[in-house]
Ligand binder design. Structure first.
Ligand SMILES: [Zn+2]
Length: 386
């Protein structure tokens, strides 16, 4: 399957330094828990772990304003005053400043960039940086827990170094706005985001009419889905939109942002998915990468705020898919015992939420119909498909 039969797992303990505050929902403990689950289950060999370096100023400046980079570095100092950085989206409730912020977020950007290099150079077929996926960061503004946009940094890198045409798939519950706006006028970067409608959810964008600009018109694809959308309707939208657009676009590499906050347990969003979608979606993107671009696939993490019950399962299933590992039904006892001591809620025993785990959604039929109409409107309005 892969040059050496394995995928690259980009990781450093220093990833956990990307931490805003003790009570902040973006909690790096989820990385430790997931890594521990992947190791406990026996899905990771030591030689698959590749340590990243920080992205350089030059690499970051491909997508970020240099004045913004200076501001982040100043905000990173231990004595920095949060009030001085409001114009850059920093020091807010969502994205507070913290000492070492520049270093921590540069390392995450360097990680996704490394993943992209390993895949483009043919050293690995697939690579995962689960600390990556900071899709809300803008050219000159931090937003929604994201300081530097690691995905955009890596995409700009493969555009420049390899001249690669890129497809970006974002299945986080929130709109992948940062990546979309950065490449909004670029016809060689297709961005596809499926998300909960922005009606009641940050960042409020991701409307169907956002389709790109200038030469990039048609190369931004948005599928805003109804609140309380469940697995079947979500997966129907994923398959109906992602498969034909990627097949027609024929990218050289696929990036997939795997935020797992569409799960019904997620405290920040209003979707009603189970973990089944987190087994299905990586399979689809992996097969598309095989079909369209010699397997070149970079997977990153993203949102996911039920750190106990959702993130470790979702991203372990993602990693299993990238390695052809057969997933057991149950989580290992040793892992459950270890983390149950700390967890604020009962940990689930199965990877896939068993049938009947959640209450039925009363408006299911109406939601499904609205989503189907949305999918048709998206496809009809994507000019390069025809
Ligand atoms: Zn999200």
């Amino acid at each position: 399957m892969v040059a050496n039969g394995k995928s690259a797992f980009i990781y450093s303990d220093a990833f956990t330094k990307y931490k805003f505050a003790e009570e902040h929902p973006f909690n790096p403990k989820r990385l430790e828990m997931t890594l521990d689950l992947i190791k406990t289950i026996g899905f990771l060999d030591a030689d698959q772990i590749i340590t990243p370096r920080m992205a350089t100023q030059e690499e970051l400046a491909r997508v970020h304003d240099t004045r913004y980079l200076d501001a982040v570095q100043a905000a990173s100092q231990p004595q920095a005053n949060p009030d001085d950085f409001a114009t850059w989206g920093l020091g807010t409730e969502d994205t507070p400043i913290f000492a070492g912020m520049h270093e921590a977020t540069s390392l995450i950007a360097g990680g996704t960039l490394l993943a992209a290099d390993l895949v483009m150079s043919g050293q690995y077929r697939y690579a995962l940086n689960m600390a990556g996926g900071l899709h809300h960061a803008r050219r000159a503004e931090a937003s929604g827990f994201c300081v530097y946009n690691d995905i955009a940094v890596a995409i700009a890198h493969v555009r420049e170094k390899y001249g690669a045409r890129v497809a970006y798939i974002d299945t986080d519950a929130h709109h992948g706005d940062g990546v979309q706006w950065i490449f909004y006028e670029d016809p060689d970067v297709l961005t596809i985001s499926l998300h909960e409608t922005g009606k009641y959810l940050y960042p409020g964008t991701g409307e169907i009419i956002e389709r790109g600009e200038g030469r990039g018109y048609g190369y931004a694809v948005n599928v805003p889905l109804e609140a309380f959308t469940e697995d079947d309707s979500w997966m129907n939208a994923v398959r109906s939109v992602i498969i034909p657009t990627i097949q027609k676009f024929a990218p050289d590499i696929i990036f997939h942002q795997n935020g797992c906050d569409a799960h019904t347990y997620d405290p920040l969003t209003h979707l009603s998915a189970s973990t089944h979608i987190y087994r299905e979606m990586p399979k689809i993107t992996r097969l598309l990468a095989e079909e369209m671009c010699d397997g070149r696939l970079v997977a990153v993490g993203g949102g996911g705020y039920d750190i106990w019950r959702v993130v470790p399962r979702a991203w372990t299933m993602l990693w299993a898919e990238l390695n052809g590992n057969e997933l057991p039904e149950r989580l290992p006892k040793a892992w459950l015992e270890r983390w149950q001591l700390e967890a604020s809620t009962a940990l689930p025993e199965f990877f896939l939420d068993p049938p009947g785990s959640f209450e039925a959604i009363p408006r299911r039929a109406e939601i499904e119909e609205k989503n189907e109409i949305m999918v048709r409107r998206v496809l009809n309005g994507t000019p390069f498909l025809y």
